[in-house]
Every structure is written in C-alpha cells, then in structure tokens.
Write a protein that binds this ligand. Structure first.
Ligand SMILES: *[C@@H]1O[C@H](CO)[C@@H](O)[C@H](O)[C@H]1NC(C)=O
Length: 426
C-alpha cells in the first residue's frame, strides 16, 4: 500500500497539484513506518503481470505478421545469465529475402520494448520503413522488460533478479545481442538506433568495452540521455531527495520490478486525471508521467495500443540511477553509497563513464520539449563525444521524448534524416 502511496504522491507532484516541499514532509512522516518493515508482496498482482507478459509476446508476433511482414523471435543469453527476447524482421513484402542485407539494430528506451518501433504500423514505423528499404531489422529488448524476463537461475518474482540498472544493460545486454546478431547474419558491423535509455546503454557499452566500437557503423541517438542535471522532469526531482537514503528506497520499492499493476493505475487515476489537464487514461500511465505528453503531436487513436504494451517493466534501480544522474550532474556508474562503493569501485564515489573511448560515429537527434533529454544536457554530451558526426535539434518546439516514436509528423521531422544518415553509413 505504501508503494502505491509513493507513486500517488509522486504523480501529484508531477502534475503540480501539490508542492514538492509538502511531498517531502509527507514522506518523512512515513519513513519510520516503512523502516519497520513492509511486506506488500502481492501474489495476485504478480500473476497478473505474468499473464500480461505472455500475452504481449503473442501480440507483437501476430501484429507484425498480420501486416504481411515475417517476424522471428530469438533468445540471447548474456554473460551474467539473463535471457533476452530479440525480435527480427528479416525482409519486407516489397523487398524480399536476399543474402547479406545490411543490419540495423533498434534499442528501446526506459519502460519500453521492441513494440516501440512497430506501433505506428507499415509505411510509418521505423522498423517497417527500414525493412522496405532492404535492411535486416533487429530489435533488442533489455533485461526485465516484457520480452526479457528470464534468467538461467534467478527468478523474476524475486528481488535478486532485479538487482540491475541501465549499467548492466549497456555492459552485458547490448554486447550479447550485437554479437548474436552479427554471428547470425554473418555481418561484421551494423547501424545502431537507440531511443532514450537505448542511447544511455550504448554509451556505456562503447566507453567501457571499446572493442565494440568497430562493430558499429554508426550510432543514431534519438533523445540521447547521459547527463541529466538540466532535466525539467518533475518525476525525477520528486524522487531525488531519496536517492541517498538507499535503505528507505529499498524498503519502499524493494529494488524490485517497477511495473505498476492495473490496481495502482486505477488508484492513481481516481485522484489524478482531471478532464481538462490531459487525456484521461493517459495521465494514469506512469510512462507519460515520466516522459511527458504532447497532445498536439500524438495520434490519440494509437493510445490504447501504446498503453496496452507500455510500461513494459523495468527495475526500480534504473529509475534511481537516472535520479542519481539528475542529482550529481555526472554520467557515472550506480552510486551504492560510500561503503559499497569502496568495495565495488575502490573509491567513495562511482567512476565516470569514459566517453573519450567512444570512437564509433555518433548522430544526435534531440528536441526542445523533452522532459528527459534536455537540450543543455545533450549539448554537454555532444561536447564530450570524440566522433560526433551529426547534431540535429528537431525543428518543432513542442516535440517531446516520446514523439521520437509515435508523433504524427515524426517522418518529416526525424525519420527522413535518420534514414538518410543510416544510408550514409551502409
Ligand atoms: C492515427 O492512427 C490510426 C491508426 O493507426 C491511423 O489510421 C491514422 O491515419 C492516424 N492518423 C494520423 C493523423 O496519422
């Protein structure tokens, strides 16, 4: 119940209905209660989550095939035992099978999945567009999302499974998926398209495991997230007072899965969604609370489909790691607190990611109204990338974080240039 309360309070702070100072006092009051111990493992909610997962795997497969495209589902095991679902559209109805098709690898953002790239449908979604142009399209899924909730030994119903942030996604998941794709296709390198956390994790892979740079023809970063101190996001500012109180956060959200159940949605929805503010049903989605919502560019017809598959699940540590970036102003590894930092990193604070090791060509695409990738922060990133080849601010002032996936005019504003840049590196 307290977990629901936290989300409720955060949500209200996001929507500005209560000032965040009040929020802070409120949470201080319940700290003691939280620390006394809280067992809110909810078996019914867990069963509900598993059913959602199974149905989603079937749905994306059916959806792509019903559009006339072939679809393959692959399993990739990481070095640390996670089993990831990787999806492939090997060719298109208008551009049939052929040997040695160039590969594009698409990697989704926080709380999202491979669904991101196909929701707009044929002729619009970037996976279909690239397939029609003759690319072999692969779509990754990070550990913990609907398609990657498996491990050789760990059980996703237990806390151990969720002991990761986007650090591990960059360090283990991306290398495993990229090696698998290159081995399957016989290619030596590929074009990489990432959105949001799909860019964060890329910068981790190519800085900490620089041998992967030669496997990347070019990186295309949509809404790139690395530095975050200028982020105007009320969700993370509300969370940030708690990032140093690890024990409270752990008790409160259990270092566990961050996938609000429908029960939480409806509880939040009752108090949050006023008719005037934003479309009802949308404001109760944690995804839109985190990323912002742009009514003007959003095709409302797609909302039921989007909300059906998103949020796709994540570890609470992924959110905490972003909140840490916001507080510290640094792009660095997870802050475990002084004691554990000393053991893990042999220093009091976590090490920065060495961006100077990223030699792959990087294209950046960012927007003015992005709650997660603020223009100033993207400029800091741009100034530190050794091989920045393209830098585009989307020429529409209301364009936001999720518009890179689903905006009505995303082709004109982003994909036309994205495709031209991919072709340049093919
Ligand atoms: C909105 O989405 C629906 C369903 O995919 C589609 O038929 C319609 O053309 C879209 N509208 C716009 C303006 O893109």
């Amino acid at each position: 119940m307290l977990r629901y309360l936290l989300v409720l309070l955060l949500s209200q702070a996001v929507l500005g209905s209560i000032p965040s100072k009040y929020l802070r006092d409120d949470l201080t009051d319940i700290e003691d209660e939280i620390l006394e111990g809280l067992d809110d493992y909810d078996e019914e909610a867990e069963r509900e989550k598993q059913e959602i997962v199974d149905e989603r795997v079937r749905k994306i497969y059916d959806k792509v095939r019903s559009n006339g495209y072939p679809m393959e589902v692959h399993s990739v095991e990481t070095q640390d035992g996670y089993i990831l679902g990787v999806h492939r559209i090997p060719y298109s109805p208008s551009n049939g099978p052929a040997a040695n098709k160039p590969v594009v690898f698409l990697q989704h953002g926080l709380l999202c999945s491979s669904n991101d790239w196909v929701i707009l449908g044929p002729g619009k979604g970037i996976a279909y567009l690239l397939s029609d142009l003759g690319y072999d399209v692969w779509m990754g899924n990070a550990r913990g999302n609907s398609f990657s909730k498996n491990h050789k030994k760990l059980n996703p119903k237990k806390g151990d499974f969720w002991e990761f942030s986007w650090h591990e996604i960059g360090y283990y998941d991306l290398p495993a998926m990229i090696d698998y794709v290159l081995a399957k296709t016989g290619q030596s390198s590929l074009n990489y398209v990432g959105h949001s956390q799909g860019t964060t994790s890329f910068f981790i892979m190519t800085s900490l495991r620089p041998e992967y740079n030669s496997k990347i023809r070019a990186m295309h970063a949509l809404a790139p997230v690395a530095f975050m101190s200028n982020m105007p996001n009320p969700f993370f500012s509300a969370l940030s007072p708690f990032v140093q109180k690890e024990n409270i956060l752990k008790k409160l959200i259990g270092s566990f899965e961050f996938l609000p159940s429908s029960k939480m949605f409806s509880l939040a929805g009752q108090t949050l969604c006023t008719d005037q503010s934003i479309v009802q049903g949308v404001c109760s989605s944690i995804l839109f609370l985190i990323a912002g919502f742009d009514q003007e560019n959003m095709n409302a017809t797609l909302l039921p489909e989007i909300l059906d598959v998103t949020p796709a699940g994540a570890s609470i540590n992924q959110l905490i790691h972003y909140a840490q970036s916001y507080t510290s102003g640094k792009f660095r590894q997870y802050d475990w607190g002084v004691t554990k930092n000393l053991i893990k990193y042999t220093s009091l604070s976590p090490p920065d990611y060495p961006l100077n090791k990223i030699t792959a060509p990087v294209n950046l695409y960012y927007a003015n109204n992005d709650w997660l990738a603020a223009v100033k922060d993207v400029q800091i990133l741009a100034s530190k990338l050794p091989n920045l080849v393209y830098n585009k601010m989307v020429p529409f002032h209301k364009f936001n974080h999720l518009d890179f996936l689903w905006a009505i005019n995303v082709y004109e504003l982003v994909y036309a240039d994205l495709i031209a840049n991919i072709q340049k590196y093919t």
